[in-house]
Every structure is written in structure tokens, then in C-alpha cells.
Write a protein that binds this ligand. Structure first.
Ligand SMILES: NC(=O)c1ccc[n+]([C@@H]2O[C@H](COP(=O)([O-])OP(=O)(O)OC[C@H]3O[C@@H](n4cnc5c(N)ncnc54)[C@H](OP(=O)(O)O)[C@@H]3O)[C@@H](O)[C@H]2O)c1
Length: 471
């Protein structure tokens, strides 16, 4: 039997769809799963000359063309190490393992190092797009040895989504963990964008008493303008979904506890570790943490009487607020990207990754969860400015200058309405701090010097100073 071009291990939703995508592009793929029944029923449903299943790991490895290329698409963490360990005795020098799961980048760096010592290549490739993306075309973020990547490129290029110019949403990002790092930051930005959308939903509901389908009409209009994106597209039917188990709309019955799998938290920690302000992302993670404390929140809600709740604004104000909110969301999202790209820049410098920010914005234009019109704006801005920091690029400066006031208006409205806006208000504070020549840190320095003799510098002369305060 003809050997397969590539193998894939891990047949949960992402692995199944990625395998079908590869086969549909005319690359023969062998698949294997720890639980054999999953593989058998998958092959019964989708097997073909190009998509073959193996119940035995050794036979799976032997079914592959040499040097072998094996995608691992299993649960992130220990399962990836277990799969690699089980493969190692069956592989030959020069074979390649490609981890397409959401692995934490330090694990990818470690695995690449350990495997290269055994002459096995390792590529860490971020995949975004959920199950539909995996099937119809994901955004792919590979990192690892560039020469090895070039051998995989034809397959990954064929299965990737397309950007706004119909080019594949895949680009080589850099050594070892670069691909998984970029995917992690992508997910962090995804947290911030989703949180800002939730804040918009909340303020419309709390300030004007709008129902879910009324908010759907507003979001549908937003999706026709500069906020056009996959997330606004899917938000509209979510807001309009009727409950089939009870009266009313389903969204109103969904428990207000948001889950998380770790990539947002990893990004937030990275921001702290590298000294980069990514407060929109950090606050989005915090908002999920607050949401998870449902019992405690419910108890506190009986103890405190929020003076803002129930004070709805006159509907005449709504039309203007809808426009302000659109502009505020645009500013907030631009700022969450500016922060995310700042983190990428800091990591690239320290890790010696030659990241191309225009290319990163481009490969996020299609396939992935944050795909949006705004990414085309960022792609063009980075290209025009030769990858300057986003905040400094002329077109972005003009956009932020124009939408800044709306961001302030909307965060004030949130405060007045009892609608918390952790990510939008973090965007405003961060922007106002970053665009101020002078902050309040002089006051912090005074306090630090007073209680701990930490010294300070002056604005009007060179040197380091300490004062006996109060003397
Ligand atoms: N779901 C998404 O939208 C999405 C999007 C992007 C990236 N990802 C990432 O893609 C990867 C796969 O995601 P998923 O949602 O399809 O599946 P998942 O639920 O994360 O993982 C399930 C798969 O992992 C296998 N597995 C778990 N423990 C194992 C072990 N100890 N040894 C061997 N195999 C083991 C399972 O095999 P059994 O069938 O035998 O249990 C199954 O094939 C994850 O890293 C995920 O974070 C997911």
C-alpha cells in the first residue's frame, strides 16, 4: 500500500477535522488515537484512500513516508510528552514531530531541545480556528527549525485559511517556541476582545434595558463597519437564540461563569514577567476569575445595594451611545492589539526571534477566532511603517486620536450604570498613561524614598538623590 505523506495522532474534534482537511487537499494521511474505538468510528464516517486509520502505533509509524512527519493533536501538557515518549523508540533520525496543540511555549522549547539531541526534529505549531477552522482552513503559527519547516510547508500551506488577499494564513515565525508564543498571545488578545464585547452587551442591557435580540440588531450593524469580525458575526445568532427549554432567550439562562483553559493566564503572566503592560488581557482574565466566584458574588449582592443599578437612561440617548460604543470598542480593540504586539516585541527581543509583525497580523486575517477587518488595518500599518510599534504608526495614531473620547464616554457610562468595564477601562488607563509625558510615578518615588531610602532621580539635574523627608 502507498505510504502516507503525513501522520496525525489525537482524534478529538481538532485532530479529526485537521486530518479531513489534509486528506481533502490530496495528501494521504494516517491517523491514530489512544482510544481505538474513536479512530474506528472516525474512519467509518470519513475514511478514504487519502485518510487511513491505524490501531497499532508501530503500524501507524510504518505506514508513513520517510523521513516521517507526525502531527500530535492531543490534550496539552503531559499527554504530549507521553505521546512523544511512545513514539521515540519507533522513529528514525531525521523524522519530525509537529505539536499542533495549545502547548505552553516553555514546553515547546524544552521538547525541541530534548528531541534535537536525539536527531528528531520538532515543530511547535499554533492552530487557531476551532473545529470549523481545522476542517475548512485554520490560521497556522509554526515555530522551530526553518529548514525542517520548509519540508512541511506544502501541506500546511494547502490546509491553511486564506487572508484578505487570498494568500495562505501561515508563515514561519521563528525558532523553537516562537509559534506557540504567538498562538498564546493570539489567545490573550482573543480574551480581551471577547471581554470588551461582553462589556458592551452589559452596558446596553444595564443602561437602557435592551433585550438580547435588540443588542443583536446593534451588533449586526457593528459587524457591517470597522468592527467586522468573526466574533461579532457569531454574537448575532447567539443573542437571537430562543430558549427551547423555557420561555425567552437562551443567553439569559446561561450561567454567568466563564471557563478558561490557561492560554489567557499564561499571556497575563508573561506580561508581568517581561514588564509589558497588557492590562486589557490581564483584566479579561480577571473578569473570568470574578465570574467563576458565583456563590460568593451572589452572597455579596445581598449585602450591598448598588446605587447605580436600575437607573436606566432615557432612550433618546441610545442612538448617540450606539455610535460612541462602536468607536470605543474600536479603540479598545486597537489598544488590546497594541498591547499584545508589545508583548510579542519584548519576547522576540529576549528570545532572539525575528518576528515579522505585519506577517503575524496577516495570518490572523483568516481562519482564526480573532479574524477581523481590524487585522487588515494592522497588517497595512505594520507593512507601511516597517513594523514600528503599533502605537506610533501614523494611521493608528489618527484612529486612536479620533476614538479616544468615545472610550472615555463609554467607560464613564459603565461606571454610572453599574456595568463593570475591566478591559475597556484598562484600555483607557493604559492609553492615557502611555501617551502622557509625565505620570504620577514621581509621587511613588517620593514614597519609596521616604519609607525605604530607595532614592530617586530628578528632572532638572543628573545624579541619584535621597532626602530626609520632613526635615
Ligand atoms: N478545541 C479547540 O477549539 C481548539 C482550538 C485550537 C487548539 N486546540 C488545541 O488542540 C489540541 C486538541 O484539542 P481537542 O479539543 O481536539 O482535544 P482535547 O480534548 O484537548 O484532547 C483530546 C485528545 O487527546 C488525547 N489524549 C489525552 N490524553 C492522552 C494521553 N495521555 N495519551 C494519548 N492521547 C491522549 C485523547 O485521546 P483519547 O480519545 O484516547 O482520550 C484525544 O484524542 C489541544 O491542545 C487544544 O488545546 C483546541
Amino acid at each position: 500500500m502507498e505510504s502516507s505523506k503525513i501522520g496525525l495522532i489525537g482524534l478529538a474534534v481538532m485532530g479529526q477535522n485537521l486530518a479531513r482537511n489534509i486528506a481533502s487537499q490530496n495528501f494521504k494521511v494516517s491517523v491514530y488515537n489512544r482510544t481505538t474505538e474513536t479512530m474506528t468510528s472516525f474512519i467509518e464516517a470519513h475514511g478514504s484512500d487519502n485518510l487511513v486509520g491505524q490501531a497499532d502505533l508501530k503500524e501507524f509509524v510504518e505506514s508513513l513516508e520517510s523521513p516521517r512527519k507526525i502531527i500530535v493533536m492531543v490534550k496539552a501538557g503531559r499527554p504530549v510528552d507521553l505521546v512523544i515518549s511512545s513514539l521515540l523508540p519507533l522513529l528514525d533520525k531525521g523524522d519530525t514531530i509537529i505539536d499542533c496543540g495549545n502547548s505552553h511555549f516553555p514546553d515547546t522549547i524544552r521538547r525541541e531541545k530534548e528531541l534535537s539531541e536525539q536527531s528528531i526534529h520538532f515543530i511547535g505549531c499554533g492552530v487557531s480556528g476551532g473545529e470549523e477552522g481545522a476542517l475548512k482552513g485554520p490560521s497556522l503559527m509554526p515555530g522551530g527549525n526553518k529548514k525542517v519547516w520548509s519540508e512541511l510547508e506544502p501541506i500546511f500551506t494547502a490546509i491553511a485559511a486564506k487572508d484578505f488577499s487570498d494568500k495562505p494564513c501561515v508563515t514561519y515565525l521563528g525558532n523553537d517556541g516562537a509559534g506557540h508564543y504567538v498562538k498564546m498571545v493570539h489567545n490573550g488578545i482573543e480574551y480581551a476582545v471577547m471581554q470588551m464585547m461582553a462589556e458592551a452587551y452589559d452596558v446596553l442591557s444595564k443602561s437602557f434595558g435592551l433585550t438580547a435580540p435588540q443588542i443583536a440588531d446593534i451588533f449586526e450593524k457593528y459587524n457591517e463597519g470597522k468592527l467586522q469580525s468573526f466574533l461579532f458575526e457569531i454574537a448575532v445568532p447567539i443573542l437571537r437564540q430562543k430558549d427551547d427549554l423555557a420561555e425567552g432567550y437562551l443567553l439569559d439562562k446561561i450561567l454567568d461563569k466563564a471557563g478558561q483553559k490557561g492560554t489567557g493566564r499564561w499571556t497575563a503572566i508573561e506580561g508581568m514577567e517581561r514588564g509589558v503592560d497588557i492590562s486589557t488581557i490581564v483584566q479579561a482574565v480577571n473578569a473570568r476569575i470574578v465570574s467563576s466566584r458565583k456563590d460568593f458574588r451572589t452572597e455579596l449582592a445581598t449585602k450591598y445595594d448598588n446605587p447605580s443599578v436600575g437607573k436606566q437612561l432615557p432612550t433618546e440617548a441610545l442612538e448617540e451611545i450606539i455610535k460612541e460604543l462602536e468607536s470605543a470598542l474600536y479603540a479598545g480593540m486597537l489598544l488590546s492589539y497594541a498591547q499584545g504586539f508589545d508583548l510579542l516585541r519584548a519576547a522576540a527581543e529576549e528570545m532572539k526571534w525575528d518576528l515579522n509583525y505585519a506577517e503575524i497580523a496577516r495570518i490572523w486575517e483568516g481562519g482564526c477566532i480573532i479574524r477581523a477587518q481590524i487585522l487588515n488595518t494592522l497588517h497595512a500599518a505594520f507593512e507601511k511603517s516597517n513594523n514600528a510599534p503599533l502605537w506610533t504608526i501614523e494611521d493608528i495614531v489618527a484612529d486612536l486620536q479620533e476614538s479616544w473620547g468615545s472610550l472615555r464616554t463609554v467607560t464613564i457610562l459603565g461606571a454610572q450604570s453599574g456595568a463593570p468595564m475591566p478591559s475597556l477601562s484598562a484600555a483607557l488607563s493604559s492609553f492615557e498613561g502611555m501617551s502622557s509625558a509625565r505620570t504620577s510615578a514621581n509621587f511613588i518615588q517620593g514614597l519609596r524614598d521616604s519609607f525605604g531610602a530607595h532614592t530617586y532621580k530628578r528632572t532638572d539635574r543628573e545624579g541619584t538623590f535621597h532626602t530626609e523627608w520632613g526635615n
